[in-house]
Ligand binder design. Structure first.
Ligand code: C2E
Ligand code: MG
Ligand code: MG
Length: 631
């Protein structure tokens, strides 16, 4: 884009007048003149009107005009048509009002305005019967129509041409900034959206469909990161040029393409006849982009993913159509690069997130994206630390930190939980061994086991192998299995738990109480502890029913000789109630959130020094000076 201060070159003007003598006068005015005369006169005038205005052209440089002279209205309109098509519109057009026997200046002005919204049009007339307001109404906008009274002075014509020329340039500059992307020259997001809205209005009025292609470059970020931003910019410029070619080849115009930002573009197909048509267009766009692109010394290949949405079915308005085309693009990208996909109703933001999680989950272990946080458990009678629960954490470059509940289900459905679960077990065992070697008292480390893992027939063997490989002692490890998993296949549970007991690890039943299983049945199972589900604990103060369930579980487990941990203890009164009920241990935000490894170790060291304190003092110190919360 040319800057406002750059040399504009000769000033292009178009003139239409039916009189030979006047055409010759125009040629004389524009042909011989040094534009500086005009510029200086304007500057002089400006100086008198406003003080300190800058010079519009460098002094001493001779500027010229580049006039096109026509003898009639039709010829002038044709000249504008050609100029616009060639991308070199006329900034200023002088039209004689009366040009018999052909059309008059008002007719030409109206036609020219249809072809070029930005041209500055000057109507020249010797008659006082022309009302400027009338023509301004016919050829909007008012401020782009001027009037010149014949006979005119050469200076007057030149000054007018120069002044309108710089007005035209200034307005175009502002318009370009507002509507076009400065890197690629394509319509920017706002402009694209209003154009899309217009396309949708037109296709609705004509009761036909329109298609929208959402184009996203698959490997742009990598190229940008490896070759640098300058190369990235160059790549985007070249891709924009390729897209222009593609759109032209499809018979589209320059308004049918836009850049939404980054490496995202849209192509509008206002008269797409069918889905096959849209699909073929998407393939043509992909093919155009796919050819190698030279960036400096590098040859790069860019593949785009394209999402296709069809109006009106896939979105009644521009925004929803764009959103759905975007979703389709993402689904296409997830399935593989360089392809296209149609939007369909099963694609939603939720489904997209799921798909993204699933894709990112594959490879997360290799990319070392998992960590384990540890949440301590305390004995309510003594205030001593009894163990820590290992809780999986996932941080992914694309998704950020993903809550466990958002990916555990997906990892179970895909079977990925088996290697991930083994990794957690192995990490916890390794940690336990290190703490043991450092002389830090940690009690035990509890590891959550998914139903999918537990139902694997070789699960007990896997546990034994991991213990062996990590050098952890079985007594340090407790496996947490949820109540519902144990009850799903009681025969297997009995057998598996017995084998795990033989390996030497202890077993806790997690989220106990929600499955309403009878405590009596637990007698047959080799279970060491129950974890009372958080839902009962959080309702201790208010829910009579939950309170009695919690105290029944605590009492029964004491009778059965099974340990009890209360999960999710958040308040002092919950803790006091649990102490009254002689609940063995507790875990919850009141004492500590799950902690990253380094903070868990700080806690273990601090707990070790509290050894000689009273129970109340220990619990008070833990609860009142909690270590920094989980980030
Ligand atoms: P869970 O085993 O019942 O773990 C306790 C959950 O309760 C943890 O959530 C913990 O952060 C949260 N919590 C602890 N104290 C409080 C409290 O006072 N108030 C409240 N509101 N919440 C508390 P997290 O870490 O988000 O884990 C959620 C669930 O994800 C776990 O529930 C467990 O079922 C599963 N999970 C976590 N890590 C693993 C893993 O390594 N393997 C498997 N299979 N599942 C895991
Ligand atoms: Mg648990
Ligand atoms: Mg639980």
């Amino acid at each position: 884009m040319k800057s406002l201060t750059a040399d504009p070159g000769p000033l292009r003007v178009l003139v239409a007048d039916d009189e030979q003598a006047i055409r010759e006068a125009y040629i004389a005015v524009f042909g011989e003149a040094d534009v500086r005369d005009g510029l200086e006169a304007i500057q002089e005038l400006r100086k008198r009107l406003f003080s300190g205005t800058q010079s519009a052209a460098a002094p001493g440089r001779r500027l010229g005009f580049d006039p096109t002279i026509c003898a009639g209205a039709e010829e002038a309109v044709e000249a504008v048509r050609r100029a616009v098509a060639a991308g070199r519109p006329y900034p200023v057009v002088f039209l004689d009002m009366r040009m018999p026997p052909g059309h008059d200046g008002a007719w030409a002005a109206a036609r020219i305005r249809e072809l070029d919204a930005e041209a500055e049009i000057v109507i020249c007339t010797a008659y006082s019967d022309v009302d400027p307001a009338n023509i301004g109404g016919l050829v909007p906008p008012h401020d782009k129509i001027s009037f010149l009274q014949k006979p005119f002075h050469p200076h007057e014509v030149r000054q007018m041409a120069v002044a309108l020329h710089s007005k035209w340039r200034a307005e175009r500059h502002v318009a370009r900034l507002a509507y076009f992307d400065s890197l690629t020259g394509l319509p920017n997001r706002e402009h694209t959206m209003s154009r899309l809205a217009e396309v949708l209005r037109q296709s609705e009025a004509a009761s036909r469909e329109a298609a929208l292609l959402y184009v996203d470059l698959d490997n742009f970020k990598r190229i940008n990161d490896t070759l640098g931003h300058a190369a990235g910019d160059e790549l985007l410029r070249q891709c924009a040029a390729r897209l222009r070619e593609a759109v032209e080849a499809l018979g589209g115009g320059s308004g049918d393409l836009g850049r939404l930002g980054g490496d995202e573009f849209v192509v509008m197909l206002p008269a797409s006849a069918s889905r096959e048509d849209a699909q073929a267009s998407a393939e043509a766009v992909i093919a155009h982009l796919r050819n190698p692109i030279q960036i400096g010394h590098h040859e790069v290949v860019v593949t785009p993913s394209v999402g296709i949405a069809i109006a009106p079915a896939d979105g009644p308005d521009a925004l929803s159509l764009l959103h759905n085309a975007d979703l389709a693009m993402y689904f296409s990208k997830r399935r593989g690069h360089g392809a296209s996909a149609f939007y369909d109703r099963s694609m939603s933001d939720g489904a997209l997130r799921r798909l993204t999680i699933e894709t990112q989950l594959r490879g997360a272990l290799e990319r070392r994206e998992f960590t384990v946080h540890y949440q301590p458990q305390f004995e309510l009678a003594s205030g001593a630390l009894s163990g820590l629960e290992a809780l999986l954490r996932w941080h992914n470059a694309e998704l950020g930190s993903v809550p466990v509940m958002d990916f555990i289900g997906i990892s179970e459905e895909t079977g990925l939980i088996v290697p991930i679960g083994e990794w957690v077990l192995s990490a916890a065992c390794t940690q336990a061994r290190q703490w043991h070697e450092q002389g830090l008292p940690f009690g035990h480390v509890s590891v959550n086991v998914s139903g999918v893992q537990f139902l694997q027939r070789d699960f007990p063997d896997t546990v034994a192998r991991v213990l062996r490989e990590t050098g952890a002692e079985p007594k340090w490890i407790e496996l947490e299995i949820t109540e519902t998993v144990v009850m799903r296949d009681e025969a297997w549970a009995e057998q598996a738990l017995a084998r795990l007991r033989a390996v030497g690890v202890s077993i806790a039943i997690d989220d106990f109480g929600v499955g309403y299983s009878s405590l009596g049945r637990l007698r047959h199972l080799a279970v060491d502890r129950l974890k009372v589900d958080r839902s009962f604990i959080s309702n201790l103060e208010v829910g009579v029913r939950d309170r009695s369930i919690a105290s029944a579980i605590i009492k029964m487990s004491r009778t059965l000789g099974i340990g009890v941990v209360a999960e999710g203890v958040e308040t002092f009164s919950q803790m006091l109630y649990l102490q009254e009920q002689h609940c063995e241990s507790a875990q919850g935000f009141l004492f500590s959130r799950p902690l990253p490894l380094a903070e868990a170790e700080v806690l273990l060291r601090r707990v070790a020094t509290h050894d000689s304190l009273s129970r109340t003092e220990k619990l008070r110190r833990i609860a009142i000076e909690p270590p920094a919360a989980e980030g």
